[in-house]
Design a protein around this ligand. Structure first.
Ligand code: ZN
Length: 166
């Protein structure tokens, strides 16, 4: 059987991950792997995924590193018993690119970068959860699309950051 997804270059946006079959909302796509890394050991957060107030998963070198951001995502990240996973939130057709909103997983990263997602409601910049419009923060939380907040409070996340002196 063919792989359920493939990695390909997207002009101007590095690599992306694309469906090789049809996915329905809720379908499992892939797991985020990598090594648990304390926040104070990280200087470049590229492809790191925050899994606790003071812990990130390092890049794995696999497809989970290359799922791009979109301001109009078709996937979301959930923390499940075996770790973080990517699931479809809409129907995804073969050859469509997977995407999730990086604003739902970034808390302790100060970085803002240019968004090239091209969706009609593109925010122009990719930033952390605090940079999202309030309405969108509420929508994502209501839809359980902010995995860190399914386990920790904002206060706990911020307290860990303050201890690191960020
Ligand atoms: Zn965008």
């Amino acid at each position: 059987m063919a792989d359920p997804y493939y990695i390909e270059n997207c002009p101007g946006r590095g690599r992306g991950v694309f469906a090789n079959k049809t996915y329905s909302p809720g379908d499992y796509i892939l797991s985020f792997t990598g090594k648990q890394t304390p926040i104070h050991e990280i200087t470049d957060f590229t492809h790191f995924l925050q899994i606790a107030p003071d812990i990130f998963l390092s890049p794995s070198g696999k497809a989970d590193d290359y799922v791009n951001h979109s301001c109009d995502p078709n996937c979301a990240v959930y923390f499940e018993s075996d770790g973080p996973v990517l699931r479809a939130i809409t129907t995804i057709a073969p050859d469509q690119e997977f995407s999730f909103d990086y604003g739902t997983i970034m808390f302790s990263e100060p970085t803002m970068f240019q968004c090239e997602c091209g969706s009609p409601n593109c925010r122009g910049l990719i930033g952390n959860f605090y940079s999202l419009p309030e309405e969108l923060r509420k929508k994502y939380q209501t839809e359980n699309m902010v995995p860190l907040l399914s386990r920790y409070s904002l206060e706990e996340i911020q307290a860990a950051q303050n201890e690191e002196g960020c």
